[in-house]
Design a protein around this ligand. Sequence first.
Ligand code: SF4
Ligand code: SF4
Length: 376
Amino acid sequence: MKYAVIKDAILPRLGMGVAGVPKDEFGHADVPAATAVLDECMKHGINYFDVGYNYLNGTCEDFFREAIVKRYPRESFYLADKMPIWDATTYSRVSEIYEEEKRRCGVDYFDFYYIQQIEEKNYHLAENSRAFDFMLKKKKEGEIKSAGASFHCGPELFTKVLDLYGDQLDFVQIQLNFMDWYGKEIKELYEIAQGRKLPIMVMSPLRGGFLTRTYSQKARELLTEAGKENGRSFTDLAFGFVSSFDNVAIILSGMESPQEVRENVEFFEGEPLNEKELTSMHEIGKQMLKETFINCSFCNYCSYCPSRIKIPKVIDLHNKHVISAKNTVFEIYPMIAEQGLIPMPCMHCGLCEKLCPQGLPVMSIIGKCSTGVHGI
Ligand code: SF4
Ligand code: SF4
């Protein structure tokens, strides 16, 4: 395993996104299977765990307490938690959520803590509720060892936030992968963070698996060609691209099985990509961008849909059948019905769009399919 250093913490470069564990039909952790994944992480020295207040339908922190906090010494793992800023509109609500997070996790300090999902709207909410001030106060008091923020915005807002708080932050978290490097101004964000010597935590290195299961025939051919010389899989290439950046500290992966943990550990112990492979990955990223996919990162934040609609799966069907195969949308309605992806009609509550870090028009995509399946 390769390591990164942030302050006095020596961290594995591969971190576990706990939201990725196997789930039951309610979106909660499938406890035996999910615990086995976390145990496998600990066995291989992957002891950085990223949890969230809303993850696993609000049960992520409780699950983590039972699976890790109660079963391993506190100093044997690093815990990263975050403030869901869209739910924390006042200073007292920020404090309430933070205390609840500590209680749920069963800890009296967080190794890493960050303000979640900064984009225009959330930034204003964070300023109104003084969430940064709260987090930095807790850092001063020693309850938070390292403080940061995760970003889904462009360079302008990124710079503004770092001008205001950057000298008190220890890290930033951004979505970095071989496709977004060009498409979402990530290159600029990376360079700004690097210039300020702020280590980067990476989310969505594989875009929820989308990059390695791409439906683009052309991209598949290019990836196969790029991996041929050294027998690299698509996943190996995608991780290799992200880990080639010096200023990237931790790469988060939501691993779903003990086998996936072992495979990912192997990638992180293997040889880095050579110049030729890296050049190919840049070209493939540009190629994939050219193809018009619905820009979903398959983060599953929208899994709290009250109609229990499997939103990312419906979007995946769009990508596979509507866009890449140039079919029309009604052709996927029978597949949606057969797979039970829209069990109840969409009630247009707007929750999915509120939570979507990519700012996708989820209601219009899903609403149309919901009407197609249920007739209402
Ligand atoms: S708007 Fe529809 S799809 Fe979105 S969360 Fe509400 S019910 Fe689910
Ligand atoms: S629609 Fe948005 S919230 Fe849902 S999985 Fe895709 S990117 Fe995430």
